[in-house]
Design a protein around this ligand. Structure first.
Ligand code: F0G
Length: 441
């Protein structure tokens, strides 16, 4: 090779893999949506009218909407182009097959059952897998996941490590399963009485905390010994894979795409809310390897969601999700996504604002108990903080504490979770660094 050819090759290599110093976004903005700036008096009235519940605010009255990262992503031009190629046939839409290919390629599961969103998949899985009275261990809980498990007659157990319940504990993988808790439960109730083990990546209610590859592998080994199924809530598994790449030994040079596949390979299937990592505004799926479970799920989806080749989604929505999956596992994208969340967390730390540490993948969680140390738990500190934040700044956040934890179905009393948090959730590819600055200020 001549020197000139060599230089050209090096230049090309540089273009493909430029050395990156910042998390700056690998995209630019093509369409914008104006947002309304309101006065403090206006917001005080709006939140009073909403009963001090940020869910009941009108989105038009919100300046920066950090209620959720669910269904709030900005789609790419490639996804919008795919929307125009929606095949709206009742059965056998080509977009279903594109989605099936994407799930097989990037998540590695054999069979796909589309659903209108994540909870649709949770409903079907819970109904198929849980016999009333059976136990379902989880790494903490998500509201709809736990509801569907209990609705199917399951008994919920939290087997996450203790550090997850301590907002100040600096553990790189606070979503890890405590194997001894899981083993004790299996011994106590017997493997036959465990419907399946349910593991979420990342753990939303713990603050968006990841679970390590080592932990999912260990859970697989233990459940494998006892013939217990292991299902994943893959809603934010790409963000989880990014944390594995950054924090777990041996993964620094492994592409996120590969980490996702490997992580999923330890599980028997997953439920998915496509509204988060998969970069769409609506959609979800259930994916499984087992033929028998697939058969049952395919029969059930028809009555609760829609025919097994659309499951409640339009063809165009399936296409957008198939393309969103491809975009979501690109290293540069996910680095910018989590980088922005960490940026907001760092700004808040500079101001001395108490947050859950480490900063999670999709959100910064404020520790409401530290804002109001004298407020009794049943006076709803996180709900109070969310309302005050809105009045002060027009930023909408979400309560993640005693209100979200729900009431005990037997006693009707609060569940009193250890964590009393306010979530500032960052939509994907929507807000700028200046918006993060305005939020922190
Ligand atoms: N699992 C997790 C971990 C979730 O965060 C969600 C939704 C679901 C399942 C249910 O999916 O909404 O598509 O039915 N979380 C949203 C949130 C609502 O704001 O965190 P879905």
């Amino acid at each position: 090779m001549t020197q000139r050819e060599d230089e050209t090759e090096q230049r090309e290599e540089h273009l493909l893999h430029p050395p990156r110093r910042s998390w700056a976004e690998p995209w630019k903005i093509k369409v914008v949506e104006p947002i309304k700036v309101t006065t403090r008096e206006y917001r005080a009235k709006a939140i009073r009218d909403a009963g001090y519940n940020t869910f009941l605010l009108r989105s038009e009255d919100v300046y920066i909407d950090l209620l959720t990262d669910s269904g709030t992503s900005a789609m790419s031009d490639w996804q919008w182009a795919g929307m125009m190629q929606g095949d709206e046939a009742y059965a056998g839409s080509r977009n279903f097959y594109h989605l099936e290919d994407a799930v097989r390629e990037y998540f590695g599961y054999k069979h796909l059952v589309p659903t209108h969103q994540g909870r649709g998949a949770e409903h079907i899985l819970s109904q198929i897998m849980i016999e009333p009275g059976q136990h379902v261990p989880n790494n903490m809980y998500f509201t709809t996941t736990r509801f569907h498990q209990e609705y199917a007659g399951g008994i919920f157990h939290d087997v996450i490590i203790d550090e997850a319940h301590d907002p100040a504990a600096e553990h790189p993988f606070k979503g890890d399963v405590d194997l001894s808790k899981l083993e004790t439960l299996i011994k106590e109730v017997g493997a036959d009485n465990i419907a399946y083990v349910s593991v979420a990546a990342t753990v939303n209610m713990a603050g968006g905390q990841p679970i390590s590859m080592a932990s999912i592998k260990a859970v697989r080994e233990l459940t494998g010994e006892h013939g217990i199924h292991l299902f994943l809530d893959a809603t934010r598994v790409v963000e989880n894979a990014y944390f594995i790449q950054q924090r777990e030994e041996g993964y620094a040079d492994v592409p996120v795409e590969e980490i996702v596949r490997k992580f999923c390979s330890y599980t028997d299937g997953c439920t998915m809310s496509g509204k988060k990592d998969a970069l769409v505004n609506i959609g979800g799926w259930l994916a499984v390897n087992d033929e028998e479970i697939f058969d049952k799920a395919r029969n059930m989806v028809v009555v609760f969601e829609g025919l097994h080749t659309y499951g409640g989604m339009a063809g165009r929505d399936m296409e957008a999700m198939a393309r969103g999956i491809v975009e979501s596992v690109q290293d540069d994208y996910i680095r910018a996504r989590v980088g922005q969340v960490e940026y907001l967390g760092d700004l808040l730390h500079q101001w001395g604002v108490p947050t859950v540490v480490p900063i999670g993948g999709h959100a910064v969680f404020l520790d409401a108990k530290q804002f109001y140390p004298h407020m009794p738990h049943d006076h709803l500190p996180a709900q109070t903080l969310a309302a005050e934040l809105y009045i002060d700044s027009g930023v909408r956040s979400m309560e993640r504490g005693i209100v979200s934890a729900g009431r005990d179905p037997e006693t009707g009393d609060h569940r009193y979770p250890a964590l009393e948090l306010v979530r500032l959730t960052i939509p994907r590819r929507v807000y700028t660094q200046a918006h993060m600055g305005a939020t922190a200020g």
